[in-house]
Design a protein around this ligand. Structure first.
Ligand code: SIN
Ligand code: MN
Length: 267
């Protein structure tokens, strides 16, 4: 009997919905190592760290696989690399690595948006032949600002909004802040949501979810006392690497060497 876990079913489910919750979770010890890495890095002063509007609150850490050993290994875990290669159909490299912290009470929203427009307009990525692998570092539930997706919206291509028509700012801080440069207008997202519904990506720490670069998604403020840290690894097909990105390397990797796997217990 086939299960959704098998490549053909996995691809079919992802192809239809634009997202896929992986049956396997990252083991608790591995999640703990990542949490420790995040705490260690978040306490440093580094250009890769972005703060909320309230400047003492860490919003996100970027490109940690380039300087932290635990993060360097996590992107090479077979669970994630197999998933990305199955979905994309060829060798992949790590395009982007970020941890969105969503701190208790202070973690701010992400408005409705698609990811591919950032990579296409700002970096010159030709096709949405990339995939986000989200790994929950904390338990995620309705009250700590889960990602929300509109199933099937990845099939719509880039949805033009006013911002998409304007000249790019080339200001990378507007790609990581609560006031994003390229958003899907609320009325457009609301009518898509009315037609297709929305899914909140919730689950215990260690949950792994893949989602498509063009899926329309958002997340709300964290109004709870519980952090909602999520690691997002974006794998891109090696053949889809943009020729000459200009954003900082901690946002857009220049090294498109295919990622090699470590042992599953390597973390
Ligand atoms: C994202 O859209 O890149 C992440 C949103 C979130 O962390 O909730
Ligand atoms: Mn996004």
């Amino acid at each position: 009997m086939q299960t959704t876990h098998e490549p053909a079913n996995l691809k079919a489910a992802y192809g239809e919905s634009g997202w896929y919750a992986v049956p396997d979770r990252l083991p608790a010890e591995a999640v703990e190592k990542l949490r420790q890495a995040v705490d260690r890095i978040g306490g440093q002063e580094r250009p890769e760290i972005v703060y909320e509007a309230e400047q003492s609150v860490v919003r996100a850490l970027h490109g940690c696989h380039r300087f932290d050993e635990v993060c360097a290994r996590v992107v090479r875990l077979p669970l994630f690399v197999d998933l990305a290669e199955t979905l994309l159909g060829g060798p992949v490299y790590v395009y982007q690595f970020k941890v969105n912290m969503k701190q208790p009470f202070e973690g701010a929203a992400w408005p409705w948006h698609q990811d591919f427009i950032f990579w296409h307009r700002e970096d010159g990525m030709a096709a949405p032949d990339a995939v986000n692998v989200a790994v929950f570092l904390d338990d995620v539930s309705a009250d700590n600002g889960p990602l929300r997706v509109i199933p099937g919206s990845h099939e719509l291509g880039i949805i033009d909004g006013a911002a998409a028509a304007a000249e790019p700012s080339h200001d990378w801080r507007r790609h990581v802040a609560a006031s994003l440069e390229y958003t899907v207008p609320d009325d457009v997202a609301e009518s898509l949501a009315a037609a297709s519904g929305t899914e909140s990506l919730t689950g215990p720490a260690g949950t792994v979810v893949a989602f498509h670069p063009n899926i329309v998604h958002c997340s709300s403020n964290n109004t709870s006392a519980r952090r909602r840290a999520v690691l997002l690894i974006t794998y891109n097909l090696v053949s889809n690497a943009p020729a000459a990105p200009t954003r900082p390397e901690f946002l857009v990797s220049r090294d498109s060497t295919p990622v090699t796997r470590v042992d599953s217990n390597a973390l």
